[in-house]
Design a protein. Structure first.
Length: 148
């Protein structure tokens, strides 16, 4: 029996004799040859273009209007610090601050709504210094939160 395949029949492993003549489907598959376009990576036009885009970073912050929020750290009511809500989905949130936040930190996010106040809890799953020139000037840090 191959170590890479596990075969089960009615809740019990099959023995080697029951596998004779059988093999996983991938052993019999043939993959079609797809014609590819050859790329000359030394072409001066391509090299010039790649050099111009080498420092680019994807940044979707302009797709969502920034909103001023307040954050607190840990499960208790600690010091309130300002932040900016950059993007929000159902289970995730991106915030920007003027200070770093440790990976794994629990964060309470306080948002002021039109006539109300909302609170959500999240955990920092990624954190980095901002890449934009304006981020570097202002010391902006960008943090991804997984919401609870």
């Amino acid at each position: 029996m191959r170590a890479s395949a596990v075969w089960m029949r009615r809740g019990s492993p099959l023995n080697d004799s029951s596998l004779r003549g059988l093999s996983p489907m991938a052993d019999h598959k043939t993959f079609p040859k797809v014609p590819t376009n050859p790329v000359d990576w030394n072409d001066p036009t391509l090299v010039s273009l790649l050099n111009k885009t080498g420092e680019w970073h994807l940044d979707n912050r302009l797709a969502y209007p920034p909103k001023d929020i307040q954050i607190q750290f840990g499960w208790g009511g600690g010091t309130v610090k300002p932040a900016v809500l950059v993007w929000q989905g159902e289970e995730a949130m991106v915030i920007a601050t003027s200070f770093p936040i440790e990976h794994g930190e629990h964060v309470r996010v306080n948002k002021y709504l039109e006539d109300d106040f909302g609170t959500q809890w999240g955990e920092v799953v990624e954190s980095r210094a901002g890449h934009r020139a304006d981020d570097k000037t202002h010391g902006t840090h960008v943090h991804w939160l997984h919401m609870r």
